[in-house]
Design a protein around this ligand. Sequence first.
Ligand SMILES: [Zn+2]
Length: 290
Amino acid sequence: MDTRGKPMLNVASPPPAELTRAHCRFCLPPAWRVRLAALGTLLLAACGGLPIDTTHVSRGQDSRVQFVVLHYTSSDLPESLQMLTDQGVSSHYLIGATPPTIYRLVDEERRAWHAGESQWRGRTWLNASSIGIELVNPGYRQTAAGRVWYGYPQAQIDRLIALLQDIRQRHQLPIDSIVGHSDIAPQRKVDPGPLFPWRQLADAGLIRWPDAQQVARLQPGYATALPDALWFQQQLAASGYSIAFSGEFDEQTRNVLAAFQMKYRPARYDGVADAETAALLAALNAAGQP
Ligand SMILES: [Zn+2]
């Protein structure tokens, strides 16, 4: 990633040496190459002794980054840092809880190993097309009464929203490119969990949100006649989720419903289809696809 010359968040960056590894001393960062080429300046880059003429820049390109995936680490900061830097998993960013320091662990131009088998809006294996952000958070603890979840400090969320706005602007991401691990892998993941404040991301203009008045209008009708399983599956697929159209409220459907409910109706996320969930789905999809 090259962020020089742009307003930057207070990111705990790798040492400057990392940047110099990405661009040899004879090369300019891509953004500067584009600017100089636009001015008609002949620029010959010489990487590793191989002369490359970079004066012609194609319009037919965009960012590798199409999505941002949010996670929690299930552990404290030292363990999170150790796990994400010294094992076979990683993320581009890690945000501490207190203080909410942003660590960059993987360059945005490179793949981090955070999503695993995943799917969203028909795209699969999202490591190649996403930025992964891990939030230091214990996740949940199991009790006799069920899972007890840990909340997120507001300062951590504030820092995350600032980082997301920065990423979205730099990569020109459409609204709703920001998803949870539970959205893209609902059969096996629950992070960032039901206490993650998705509503704040909606208020910041980062994700769509079902219109409350429309939900209130739609809900009584769905309470009278609850749509069938195929309707729910089609609506969930239209929202971006990967789901099989089995026509039954089977386990895979309950898992996807639970992921949707954790995000938009965290007061109850049992995966059971109900009128409010139907109204939320219909209102969200009525708000249009990105
Ligand atoms: Zn995760």
